[in-house]
Design a protein around this ligand. Structure first.
Ligand SMILES: NC(=O)c1ccc[n+]([C@@H]2O[C@H](COP(=O)([O-])OP(=O)(O)OC[C@H]3O[C@@H](n4cnc5c(N)ncnc54)[C@H](OP(=O)(O)O)[C@@H]3O)[C@@H](O)[C@H]2O)c1
Length: 277
């Protein structure tokens, strides 16, 4: 089985650099999809209360027969539960739904700067971390100004910042900020939900190296050092997305793909996205 490299987070916890995303997998398809990913060799699953499929992710993890210690499970605090007492309850609910006694990583899903004080929410995550029920804590969709507040007011530096990154949104400034502060960047929507796969530059490189555009794009992320977890409910694609360790892109390839940046988001802008209930 392919060995997926690990990245050491700032608290010493190791995270597999390639995982499996579960956003937009319907609950009734989730157990089968996660089991199929685990069978292919993925050992890192990214879910969230917002995805509505934590129960089924947990069922798959428990039914897989794989040691819990060998699977890295991430979940996220849903919008609407940012008040510290609500965040603590939401974390308990996540563990209950997953049927697990701990998480490997728990994230604030969105900063929601217009809704409440995410620095207070971060204090609740610090309490969870101190209790040992999540091996690491981090944030998602945090821009450098949001992170600056956490760094100034919090006691613990987030282990990761999970943000949208792909060839059309290379996020050079945000990634550099994360790196400067010892925060690992996780790239969500790594293939821009399929939008980058018809790009002629990626297509040309894929043809030259004898790989698919999805494999080339995932390889670009991995060689840039980010953590990725592509989502697919199609078994052949789940396999394809895992088979990204037997080739290397040149420095020129990396540069050419990075030059495709057009600051184009597939999801909301964290500075303006707010939960409205
Ligand atoms: N923190 C956040 O706010 C946030 C936001 C979005 C996503 N995420 C996380 O990031 C994960 C990945 O992002 P994502 O699901 O938005 O998008 P993605 O992984 O970039 O793309 C998924 C889409 O691409 C298709 N696909 C996957 N592999 C393919 C391949 N090899 N060839 C052609 N098409 C392929 C899938 O189709 P099929 O499934 O039909 O095969 C699906 O429609 C999520 O699942 C979630 O865990 C986090």
């Amino acid at each position: 089985m392919t060995a997926v490299p690990s990245i050491e987070l700032n608290n010493g916890v190791e995270i597999p650099q390639l995982g499996f995303g579960t956003y937009q997998i319907a609950p009734e398809r989730t157990k089968e999809a996660v089991l199929s990913a685990l069978e292919v060799g993925y050992r890192h699953i990214d879910t969230a209360e917002m995805y509505g499929n934590e129960k089924q992710v947990g069922e798959a993890v428990r039914a897989s027969g794989i040691d819990r210690a060998d699977i890295f499970v991430t979940s996220k605090l849903n919008n609407g539960f940012h008040a510290p007492a609500d965040a603590l309850k939401a974390f308990d609910r996540t563990l209950d739904d997953l049927g697990l006694d701990h998480l490997d990583l728990f994230l604030i899903h969105w900063p929601l700067p217009g809704v409440g004080d995410f620095a207070e929410t971060w204090n609740a995550l610090e309490e969870i971390y101190a209790s040992g029920r999540s091996r690491a804590i981090g944030v998602s969709n945090f821009q450098p100004p949001h992170l600056r507040r956490i760094l100034a007011e919090g006691g613990i530096v987030p282990a990761v910042n999970q943000i949208e990154v792909h060839p059309y949104l290379t996020q050079d400034d945000a990634r550099a900020f994360d790196a400067e502060h010892g925060i690992a960047t996780e790239a969500w929507s790594p293939i821009a939900q399929g939008k980058v796969l018809d790009d002629p530059t990626i297509g040309r490189i894929a043809a030259r190296v004898g790989r698919t555009p999805a494999q080339v794009t995932l390889r670009w992320h991995l060689q840039r050092g980010d953590i990725v977890f592509p989502k697919s409910v199609t078994h052949a694609r789940v396999q394809e997305n895992f088979d990204v360790f037997g080739f290397t892109l040149t420095g020129e390839d990396i540069k050419a793909i990075s030059a495709l940046n057009r600051d184009e988001r597939t999801g909301p802008d964290p500075d303006t996205f707010n939960y409205t209930g």
